[in-house]
Ligand binder design. Structure first.
Ligand SMILES: [Zn+2]
Length: 467
């Protein structure tokens, strides 16, 4: 029997960069096959009172950090900042067994689905057991994270991180031991093993991720960048999140982190620099010139007191933009998009900071921000699509036009209303590669029930709290 063609018929459809009224989105074999009239013979799925938007993409996150939400919001006697937060994160990371990693990741991904996220980039650096020894299957924890994403139904790009040391001349601390590999070659070998999953499940792909210029020596970065280019895998790296990281890089290498990435051949259209906050003018130019993507994670960056990504300057220089949930303090890509613009409004003391030049339409700014949250993320992860054009993966979310947060929206202002005001309660249906992930707000039959996901996560939290 041939696979059914489905034609989704919402009131409003955001596809191909435009908002359509009364148009159908036809899907076959996990791809968009038509926008407009329903494809001939298609099974019609009427979504009355709903709008379909491209699925949101969280290009950068660490799912296990969902386990420390709510447990780090305190003032320390000394200084509370990224570094004090990191101690709490390490303590939790040190206690997670494989079943726990699965349960916490599944919680994070279920929450992501409920927020209209269809693809996650998982920057994965939990490698060994709590003592730092490899599991019998050296990719055990990465496979648990992948399994969690696929049970929920999300597309996942496992960005296999490389971690060598605590810092320049500093061996890894006991808490960092389980992040560490023996060589860049071991990291590549692990990514290669994981990449074989793609043959059976195309919604799982891989990339490489030197953790940072602090955690990786220059030689590792150079080797991983060359491998990523050779294999056409995405390369992700944390860059200039904290001033101390920049200072240490200058002390070790005599250059900024961005300059070190340039020197090691790590910049380019296949690379994503995560954060990129504390930049020199020359760093902005280098990121732009090389068409590197910057992944901003504004809810994490404000939570940790990191600073503001100069997205306006980066875009003018030619860099790409993507967004990520990072530390899981919130899992809400629309909030990331509005915070990217909102933080710059506070800093520059004007509105519409990221508006595209020469475009004054009501939702030109929102269309651009939505692009960062969709196409920008897909490009960062080495994936096609994100705009629901013909040939794109059929990854999308529906929004209830009667939700109090977006009621009254029209084709004219839909994107601006959703980007700046939608609450997560508005997300009703989520589809990845043509397969249902949420139906009217809940996982469909065949996927784990929300109550099961929450209960299993609760077990891990009791363990972490219980000593
Ligand atoms: Zn991160």
């Amino acid at each position: 029997m041939p696979a059914p063609i489905r034609a989704y018929l919402p009131d409003l459809l955001v596809a191909g960069g435009a908002v359509h009224e009364g148009a159908a989105l036809s899907v076959l074999g996990g791809e968009v096959v038509a926008v407009g009239e329903p494809a001939p013979g298609a099974e019609r799925v009427r979504l009355a009172g709903k709008a379909i938007l491209p699925g949101l993409v969280s290009a950068h996150g660490h799912s296990f950090q969902r386990a420390i939400r709510g447990r780090t919001q305190l003032r320390h006697p000394g200084r509370s900042d990224f570094w004090s937060w990191r101690e709490a994160m390490y303590r939790a990371a040190a206690r997670l067994e494989p079943d726990d990693v699965f349960a916490v990741a599944r919680m994070a991904f279920h929450e992501a689905a409920c927020a209209g996220i269809t693809t996650v980039g998982e920057f994965h650096y939990l490698v060994g057991d709590p003592a730092g020894h490899p599991y019998d299957d050296p990719d055990r924890l990465a496979r648990e994270v992948i399994r969690a994403a696929r049970e929920v139904g999300l597309r996942i790009v496992l960005l296999r991180a490389a971690y060598a040391r605590g810092g320049a001349g500093v061996p890894p601390s006991p808490e960092q031991l389980r992040f560490v590999d023996g060589s860049a070659g071991e990291v590549v070998a692990s990514a290669l093993r994981l990449s074989r999953i793609t043959a059976a499940d195309p919604a799982v792909t891989v990339g490489l991720a030197p953790h940072s210029v602090r955690a990786c020596p220059a030689g590792w970065i150079e080797e991983l960048a060359a491998e990523a280019r050779h294999r056409r895998w995405p390369l992700h790296v944390h860059v200039a999140e904290q001033p101390a990281e920049v200072a240490h890089c200058r002390a070790e290498h005599g250059v900024t982190p961005v300059e070190l990435l340039a020197r090691t051949g790590a910049l380019g259209p296949g690379t994503t620099a995560v954060h990129a906050i504390h930049l020199e003018r020359s760093d902005v130019e280098a990121l732009g010139r090389s068409r590197t993507t910057v992944c901003a994670c504004p809810t994490t960056e404000r939570d940790l007191g990191d600073g503001v990504v100069p997205a306006d300057e980066l875009l003018r220089a030619g860099a790409g933009l993507a967004l990520g949930s990072d530390s899981m303090v919130q899992v809400d890509l629309l909030e990331e998009a509005r915070a990217l613009e909102g933080n710059l409004r506070l800093l520059r003391r004007e509105r519409g900071v990221l508006s595209p030049a020469g475009e004054a339409g009501t939702d030109a700014l929102a269309a651009r921000l939505l692009g960062f949250a969709t196409q920008g993320g897909m490009a960062s992860l080495g994936l096609p699509g994100g705009a629901l054009e013909v040939g794109d993966p059929a990854d999308f979310a529906s929004f209830d036009l009667a939700d109090p947060s977006i009621a009254g929206a029209s084709a004219h202002d839909l994107r601006a209303t959703v980007i700046f005001s939608a609450a997560r309660t508005a997300v009703r249906d989520v589809v990845v590669a043509g397969e249902p992930v949420l139906q009217d707000g809940a996982p469909p039959r065949g996927r784990p029930a929300a109550a099961e996901v929450v209960a299993d996560f609760g077990r891990v939290m009791r363990k972490l709290r219980g000593g």
